[in-house]
Every structure is written in structure tokens, then in C-alpha cells.
Write a new protein. Structure first.
Length: 153
């Protein structure tokens, strides 16, 4: 269940607020293979289970950028801003990949509102730090500050 803000202005009063978590998502080899096909990154640590078994991680791992791309799926499960005519992804800051995501792992995103401010074009720009957690692993798979702009109705 996402944390709900009734309008973009409410974001400015909630800096530092923990926003909750998304649902868990299993990372299967098919998803990794499709990402490899979409990006042209067919490195063996991602797509060759036999070779990866004897590699540094003991199994295939998800691409770091695949893990990052899942943040777009997790964000609507973490936060909802109402009273807008449009919301856009503006960018990211400080992307890190502390731990690999092995095939068969489950991941989820947890969020914290780390910034919110008015922009010159009338939006509220919000920075949500999303931590992609791996079930059963202490270190996260990805930590990223996402930047979104919300334009009020």
C-alpha cells in the first residue's frame, strides 16, 4: 500500500518520511535474458547458467541496470501523489549497486522522501531514495535517489 499525498505541496512537509515498501518480485532467468536481449548485454555472468555456476557469484546475476530499471515498477507501490495533472521522471542521483542479485532471488523497493522543492515551472520536485532490498541479504542490491516532478491540477 503506497504512502498517499493528496497534493504535491504535501511532499514539502514530509521530507525524511519513510514511505514503505513494494511487493517482493522474483528475479528469474527469463527476465534477465529479456533484459540482455533488449540492451545487447549478453555477458556470461548474466546469461550462461553453466559457466556462471563456476564464476565469482555461483550463479547468474541480474544486470545492475535491470535492478535499477525495476525501481520504476516499485515507485507506484511505494508512493502516490494525487491532485496532479502530470508526473514525470526527471532523473536520478547517486546510483550504487552494493550487492549482486542472483537468479532466483526476491527483491523489493523501500522508499524515503529525502527532498522536495518547488520548481520554476510550477511543479514540486521530489527526491525519493529507493533501496532495492534482496530477501535474506543484509546489503542492498541498489540504492538510488530518484527525482520526479509533480505538476498540480
Amino acid at each position: 500500500m503506497p504512502t498517499v499525498f493528496e497534493n504535491p505541496a504535501e511532499l514539502k512537509d514530509a521530507i525524511g518520511k519513510k514511505l514503505g515498501e513494494s511487493e517482493w518480485l522474483a528475479i528469474e532467468q527469463d527476465r534477465i535474458n529479456m533484459f540482455a536481449d533488449a540492451t545487447g548485454d549478453h555477458q556470461w555472468i548474466h546469461v550462461d547458467p553453466a559457466r556462471a555456476k563456476d564464476g565469482p557469484f555461483g550463479a547468474c546475476i541480474a544486470h545492475g541496470y535491470l535492478t535499477l530499471s525495476l525501481v520504476n515498477m516499485f515507485l507506484p507501490q511505494i508512493v502516490e501523489v494525487r491532485g496532479i495533472r502530470m508526473g514525470v521522471n526527471y532523473g536520478t542521483d547517486k546510483v550504487r549497486f552494493p550487492s549482486p542479485v542472483k537468479v532466483g532471488s526476491k527483491v523489493r523497493g523501500s522508499g524515503e522522501l529525502v527532498g522536495a522543492e518547488d520548481t520554476k515551472d510550477g511543479a514540486v520536485q521530489a527526491t525519493v531514495r529507493v533501496t532495492v532490498e534482496i530477501d535474506g541479504i543484509d546489503r542492498p542490491a541498489c540504492v538510488v535517489d530518484t527525482i520526479s516532478r509533480f505538476y498540480p491540477e
